[in-house]
Design a protein around this ligand. Sequence first.
Ligand code: SF4
Length: 221
Amino acid sequence: MVGEKDPVLILDGLRPLYGEGVYPGRSDKRTRPEWMESPFHVLIATVLSQRTRDENTREACDSLFTVLPTIESLSLADAELIEPLIRKAGFPVQKAKAIKRIATIVLEEHAGILPADMDLLLSMPMVGRKTANCVLAYAFNVPAICVDTHVHRISNLLGLVRSDDPDGTEMQLREVVPDHLWKDINALMVRHGQVVCLPRRPRCRECPVRRHCDHGSTTDR
Ligand code: SF4
């Protein structure tokens, strides 16, 4: 039941399986890339990660940041030059246009420094609450809950929240989870959704937090 769960126990139950993770491309075995140190590059990687798999995001980032490594070069480049570099991540026309525009906004309106501000991030193309929260959490290390499809689904299955949409899930999680654990929610639940709590057929018998889960207590799978 919502409000009766202990989110600390749940997150502690998942931690031994998945560790801290890396975002984006966390399922990739390669080392944490250098560009993860730059908030701007984390934002671009997060835009690229929309509606594609981690390995495609990582490949697109490697291609893009090898040819166009700086904010200035991304701002000056034609979108048509960016498109083939990011094709692996899908939606190249839309994403290339957004990446060029974001680089220009950061240069012209923020002196080349990405702001750690939800409203300013939301004013940029292809940046919604999920992307903005991911950047705040992973690039700026401030408390933020990045609710993607896994976090939304698993939070509801567990009974931590009851919400039909990701924004509602984010708001309810903010109420029940201590803020020093907000970043861990995404890092742990996304991996759980990829490995055990699979979207079509959760492997509840293998799940370390089954005893805390509303859905897990109703199935013999
Ligand atoms: S018990 Fe099943 S539904 Fe609940 S979190 Fe674990 S895998 Fe997902």
